[in-house]
Design a protein around this ligand. Sequence first.
Ligand SMILES: Cc1cc2nc3c(=O)[nH]c(=O)nc-3n(C[C@H](O)[C@H](O)[C@H](O)COP(=O)(O)OP(=O)(O)OC[C@H]3O[C@@H](n4cnc5c(N)ncnc54)[C@H](O)[C@@H]3O)c2cc1C
Length: 390
Amino acid sequence: MDQVDIVIIGAGIVGLAAAYELALRWPDKSILLLEQAAAFGRGLSGRTSEVIHSGAYYPPGSLKARLCVSGNKLLYEFCRREQVPHRRLGKLIIARDDDDLKKLESLLAQAAANGVPEAGLINVSQLVALEPGINARAAILCPSSGIVDSHRLMAMLAYRAEACGAMLVYRHEVTGLQQAPNGGFQVTFQDAAGTEESIGCQCLINAAGLGADRIAAMAGIDIDETGYRIYRCKGEYFAVNNRKAKLVTRLVFPVSIRELKGSGIPVIKDLQGRMRLGPDAHYASSASADYTVQPANARLFFQLVQGYLPFLQPDDLQPDLAALRPRLQTPCGSPPRDFLVKHEVDRGLTGLVNLIGIESPGITCCLSLAQYVGDLLEPVAGKCHLPGRG
Ligand SMILES: Cc1cc2nc3c(=O)[nH]c(=O)nc-3n(C[C@H](O)[C@H](O)[C@H](O)COP(=O)(O)OP(=O)(O)OC[C@H]3O[C@@H](n4cnc5c(N)ncnc54)[C@H](O)[C@@H]3O)c2cc1C
């Protein structure tokens, strides 16, 4: 095979969802997904909070806000239909002081502007009735937030994508890109044995997570001039002693979380009822692949959460996992950035869609992102067709 219609780079949740969506949308197109690791979900998508977010935290009109609200609905529908384990357990966004109460009001207005369903303010007695273990003055209850088994979700997306005809190939690292003389791209990749090959395609989807800026650079894009450079931002989690885990039953997010420059740490529940605290956020070096959790940080986590989780003791926390976010905002305080999802027509790269900086809420948005990519490529993919499929 030396030519396909569509190549997707990356078998994280976004690449898998794109393979599924596009194979479903264009049954006559040949789709090849190339992944450098030995299996799907070995990048960002395997190290998350597994939260189905409601969409309250993102600025109105942003891709994050729009795709989170629509993605939340699509994801629940998919999980119900395909029997992917999930639970709509709801999230409490809590306020602890006067400053937080003001932020809570503007967050509620933002949630309404974003179209987050059923989000509402609850007072302290309602909060105590729902979560007696939490110490806060008020909260927004977001019933549409939940949790999902993200590994089973990825497994189902991979299965459905293949059942619809997409080819998923592991241990193949993309090492080069060139524009083909007659339009489209020539994609060079290396297999596990180091053998180099290449394949032509009309459309190319860059869903390479932490490696997405490198792929864009291979396509000739200056990642500094365009603001496409990724900065790695580490997040650590600590697991809470199982005896205390049942003292909280919902997701609990302080109104200003560290992820967005605040001081609060989220309280995450999983489908087994375990409780984790995290992630925090601090920039790492550009090549960092450091996934260690520093046991000494347990004390800092404890200090940050003890005000709203009064039942915790410092020795209830054990190091859990760490992850690296693909941040677009620079470490030196530039404003938060939206997802970058772009069909690069105006750079003369028709057929290339870059997905860069797909940090949280990328799990929630996987299906809406995939639909968005399909819509961007509709004018090009509608035209290309190769014999041999369909
Ligand atoms: C700490 C943390 C917690 C999070 N929690 C949540 C949450 O609770 N809810 C939520 O909605 N979102 C969450 N997110 C966001 C979510 O994890 C990401 O948005 C999502 O996983 C991104 O998926 P992806 O497919 O773009 O990237 P990835 O999962 O990283 O996939 C990219 C793939 O591309 C492959 N690749 C890279 N370069 C190449 C190459 N040259 N050739 C071939 N393959 C290549 C990689 O090996 C990788 O498998 C969280 C993120 C972090 C960091």
